[in-house]
Design a protein around this ligand. Structure first.
Ligand code: TYD
Length: 134
């Protein structure tokens, strides 16, 4: 799972409160086309459960914590995100779901493509099959 990268973002520590930032050209391995965020997740809920054919993403736990479980068809890995200055960069073709959202967690996702329902692989068996034939 070497192609999954945890990007450490700058943090400007300040008595008035800390500040972090992400600049597309510097920190993102792709051109950012879209941002969306997940919030008010009820306890025990699971998000995701799919892969993308082309979309790439950076996942940031802006507030609180969550677990991102990634699966490349051969290996599964859990990333526990709980710092707002780390971005988990996930290429296309990786099955993912997110769980263990803490109360009031806020998860920001930066994506390389506009939303396209046809870019989702939601069938896990088909996903696995595509990995076996690769
Ligand atoms: P989905 O990607 O399935 O959510 P998750 O993977 O986090 O469980 O999206 C849920 C709904 O929101 C679905 O009806 C599509 C819609 N949606 C958009 O319209 N635009 C977007 O950018 C995203 C991410 C989702």
């Amino acid at each position: 799972m070497d192609f999954v990268e945890l990007i450490e973002l700058p943090k400007i520590l300040d008595e008035r409160g800390n500040l972090s930032f992400l600049e597309g050209d510097i920190h993102a391995p792709f051109q950012i086309e879209r941002a969306y965020w997940i919030y008010d997740v009820p306890g025990g809920e699971v998000r995701g459960g799919h892969s993308y054919f082309t979309n790439q993403e950076i996942i940031i736990a802006l507030s609180g914590s969550l677990d991102v479980i990634l699966d490349d068809g051969h290996e599964k890995k859990t990333f526990s995100l709980n710092r707002s200055y780390y971005g988990l960069s996930v290429p296309s073709g990786i099955w993912r779901h997110m769980e263990n959202f803490s109360t009031n967690s806020l998860c920001l996702i930066l994506a390389s493509t506009a939303y396209n329902a046809d870019d989702y692989e939601r069938n896990y068996d088909s996903f696995l099959l595509s990995k076996r034939t690769n």
